[in-house]
Design a protein around this ligand. Structure first.
Ligand code: NI
Length: 197
């Protein structure tokens, strides 16, 4: 059990395509997962991908806290989920814009377009394949984390870099930013932006 160092934007490990895990029960993978859980808890994040701790393998952990769940059944609180070799399938072309933060891009936040409804599947540490439907923040968290496995950080997904800023400053001005950019008035504001992973 150990708290691992988190790679920040600029480190090449964050921009590689991570390798598939051939044997999810390999003791090295078990150790990696345990250390990732410790690291995520220490950083008070929501999700973490192995490349963020300098290991270029397709392993992601994440959860959705109750405070970030929505009304949709598939946008619910989600227990800590350990995913090996995850695969995402968008269920429609529908997308939405909302704020994200990342442990590898500290102190900043940005508004990113993501698929609203997805199906995702993964291998568990025991070697079983599972799948879930997700929408809203749950779907966003999965897309953000799995992007790390393909060498993508959320700023690389942004269409409008004026919607990126220091979290401290952005949170203070978030309503103004929304109006200024013509976003819908009833666009649900999540003022509390936790570090996401
Ligand atoms: Ni991240």
């Amino acid at each position: 059990m150990a708290i691992l160092k988190i790679a920040r934007m600029g480190h090449p490990v964050l921009h590689r395509i991570a390798d598939n895990v051939d044997d999810p029960t390999d003791p090295g993978i078990t150790l990696l997962i345990n250390d990732m859980i410790d690291t995520l808890q220490d950083a008070a994040g929501i999700g973490l991908a192995a490349p963020q701790v300098h290991v270029s393998k397709r392993v992601v952990i994440f959860f959705v806290p109750e405070s970030r769940s929505g009304e949709d059944e598939q946008d619910s609180e989600t227990e800590l989920t350990i995913m090996i070799n995850p695969v995402i399938e968008p269920l429609s072309e529908e997308t939405n814009l909302d704020w994200e933060a990342c442990l590898s891009v500290p102190d900043l936040m940005g508004s990113v377009e993501r698929y609203s409804h997805i199906k995702y599947s993964w291998t568990t540490p025991a070697g079983n394949r599972e799948e879930r439907l997700a929408s809203g923040f749950h779907a966003r968290a999965v897309q953000h984390e799995c992007d790390h496995l393909d060498g993508l950080l959320y700023p690389m997904r942004m269409n409008d870099l004026s919607l990126m800023g220091y979290a401290e400053e952005t949170n203070r001005n978030i309503k103004l930013l929304r109006r200024g950019h013509g976003l819908e008035e009833d666009f649900e504001a999540e003022l509390q932006v936790a570090e996401e992973g």
